[in-house]
Every structure is written in C-alpha cells, then in structure tokens.
Write a protein that binds this ligand. Structure first.
Ligand code: MG
Length: 384
C-alpha cells in the first residue's frame, strides 16, 4: 500500500515537487508505513508531539490570557498550514510536506511571542544564543522523547530542511547537510518556501483581525494601506448595509485571497520562465522561486510595516512585552543559579550545557506555566 500510494502521489505532483522518488532520508532508517506515505507520517508525528500541544498556550501577539478570542501559536500554525496547503495544491506541490513544515515551524517558539524570544536570546548571548527556527529543529531532532529507537521525531530531511527557515552562519556550520544552503547559497524545496511565506501571509491577516478586535489597531491607519481601503470600498458598494464585523472579515478575506492568488501566479510564471524542471533546479536557484509580483510584494511589505508600527509597537503590546521579558530573564537567572530546579539537574558538565538546558526548558514553557513558575520563585504574580 505504502509503495502504491507514494507512486500515485509522485505522479500527481509537478516534477519539481518533493516526492517519494526524490525525497531525503530519515536519520534512523525505519520500515515504510503501511497506510500512509512518509510525508503524512511526519505530519502525524508533529501533531502528536507534546511541543505541538503546548502551542495552544503560547502567545502569538496577544498574551494568551488576555482573551479567548485571539490567535494563539497553535491556531496560527493551523492557519499557516491551511494557506500553505492551498498554495501547494495550486502549484502541484506536495501538500502533506507543506502541511508538516507549517505545523512544525513554531514548535521551538518561546512563551510570550517575539518578546520572549528576544529576551531568551539576550540571556543566551554568551552561550551560543537562541534562534527559534533552530529551536524548532532541536525539538524535532532531540527534545521530544517518545520513540524507543531514537530521540526526537526522526523526520525526513525535507521536513527538517523546511523547519530551518533561517539560520546564522555560525550555527549552520554544525548542521551538516541541513546547514549547507546557508553557507553555500541555494534554496530549500518549494514546499519549504511556501510554509515560510504562508507564515507571513497568515500573521499579517490574523493580526489585522485580532488587532482591530482588541481595539489596538486604528482602522484609519489601516485604511492608509491602499488594498485595505480599496477592498473596503468595494465591499461597501456591493453590500451597502453590511455590519462592521462582516465588513472586517470580508476585507481581510479578500486581501488574503489577493496575496495568495498573486503568489501562485507569479511563482508559476517564474517556474516557467526559469525553465525549472526538477527539485535540483529549485534548490540551485540564487533566490527563492516563490514570489509575489513586484507591486504585490510592495503591498505585502507595506502591510507588515503598518502592523509593526501600529500593533507590535503599540504601547500596550510593548508594556506587556517588557513584563514578559523580565519574567524570562528572571527565570533564566533562577535556573542558572540553581541547577536542581531543572528537570535534568542538578549537575551539568559546563555552564554552556546548563545554559542550553535552561534555554530548552524556558523555550518549552507555555505562557501560563512561565508565569506560575515566576510567581512561585518571586512570590508575586506576573503580568496582568
Ligand atoms: Mg509563525
């Protein structure tokens, strides 16, 4: 069954897709799955791992306990997977691989969103730093302990390659084949490129929605984005009596569709024009094949810029970020001073080893666990 399914899938995909015929290997050889293909197996392993479940209680932009209406890192990951699958299907690429990468891309994210990551990276400055992409890889390669024959999830090369979206040159040197493209140039598969851009498209759009609903994002400022203003005008022309909530959803949905459609068309054109025929052709490119047209890229970047100024740097979000960073810094100090507080403590072979264990422990925490731990040690409760 496995074999038949994999060859059926290969014939349904474009020749430059990742398929059973050209995929990389697992670190530890395993028997072929009976009812699924290897890419589905990766996706399923990701869904069952404990880091995935913890995404439910990790902040995306709004701290998890601020309200039940906002995106968490789990719902963000599901939206990335949905957008990724749509793009992959339209381009004849491997949907299951795209989905697996999308679901795993934030597994290594700290609690408290971007603020938590910045704080942990600062704490780790003398110990090799903290990069959340690299941490996601660390989760699937090392930190998950579920299988008797290996550490981690033993995912395919192609899934791991996709998870490692960015990587510093220093770290790339230790990563063997996975790090090569950061040292020598070249690209990841189109499936990996899709998960990467689907991430940006997903957060641009859901953060508009969450930001407006939270009353932090000013609608007037958002209307300075030409596409937002145009979509709003067109929606009001077509449905003059529409209520504010339906209007917001219709505009955001229309924008999402606009960006995804442009991405599919521009990428398909690039594939044609550059004569891409194989996966090796995809990997040999100097720049990613996945692309917007220049005008839509400008619009995408402008949307990111507006969200950064109006939402991510909003005083209320910044205030929360400052408190969250203090929690991460305090926890780091507590666990560095007392190794016995760590799950694998108390003794470590070196300060670097202890710092890495602390970093893994903190990165794996949910927002509320980090706050509870902080309150336990410092005797006062964390951010309101
Ligand atoms: Mg993300």
């Amino acid at each position: 069954m496995g074999e038949r399914e994999e060859s059926a899938q290969a014939s349904a995909c474009a020749p430059y897709a990742v398929t059973a015929g050209n995929r990389g290997a697992r670190e530890h050889p395993e028997a072929r799955p009976r009812w699924r293909d290897e890419f589905q197996r990766d996706r399923d392993r990701i869904i069952h791992c404990s880091a995935f479940r913890r995404l439910e209680y990790k902040t995306q932009v709004f701290v998890n306990h601020e309200g039940d209406m906002f995106r968490t890192r789990l719902t963000h990951s599901l939206e990335v997977a949905q957008i990724g699958r749509s793009i992959a299907r339209a381009l004849g690429l491997n949907e299951d691989l795209t989905e697996a990468i999308a679901l795993a891309h934030d597994l290594g994210h700290t609690p408290f969103g971007h603020a938590g990551q910045t704080a942990l990276n600062a704490c780790m400055r003398d110990f090799g730093g903290f990069e959340h992409n690299l941490q996601s890889l660390r989760v699937v390669e090392l930190l998950e302990s579920r299988y008797p024959d290996f550490q981690g999830l033993n995912l395919l090369f192609d899934t791991r390659e996709g998870i490692l979206k960015h990587c510093s040159v220093i770290n790339a040197r230790y990563l063997g084949a996975l790090g090569r493209r950061f040292l020598e140039g070249g690209q990841a598969s189109l499936e990996a490129q899709i998960a990467n851009v689907a991430d940006e498209i997903a957060y641009n759009h859901h953060d508009m929605d969450d930001g407006l609903r939270a009353g932090l994002l000013d609608l007037e400022r958002l209307r300075s984005h030409v596409l937002y203003a145009t979509m709003e005008r067109e929606t009001l022309q077509r449905w003059p009596g529409i209520d504010a909530k339906r209007l917001r959803h219709t505009v955001i949905r229309g924008m999402l569709n606009h960006f995804v459609s442009d991405l599919i068309a521009a990428t398909a054109a690039a594939i044609r024009e550059l004569g891409i025929e194989t996966l090796a052709d995809v990997r040999a490119q100097r720049r990613p094949l996945l692309r917007f047209t220049p005008e839509v890229l400008a619009s995408h970047l402008e949307l990111k810029r507006i969200l950064r100024h109006e939402l991510y740097e909003h005083p209320k979000v910044m205030q929360m970020a400052t408190r969250s960073q203090a929690i991460v810094r305090d926890l780091f100090e507590i666990y560095m001073n007392d190794g016995a507080e760590l799950p694998e403590g108390p003794a470590f072979p070196s300060p670097e080893a202890q710092a890495r264990a602390v970093s893994d422990y903190i990165a794996g925490m949910t927002d509320r666990f980090a706050m509870a731990e902080h309150a336990r040690y410092r005797g006062h409760s964390a951010p309101e």
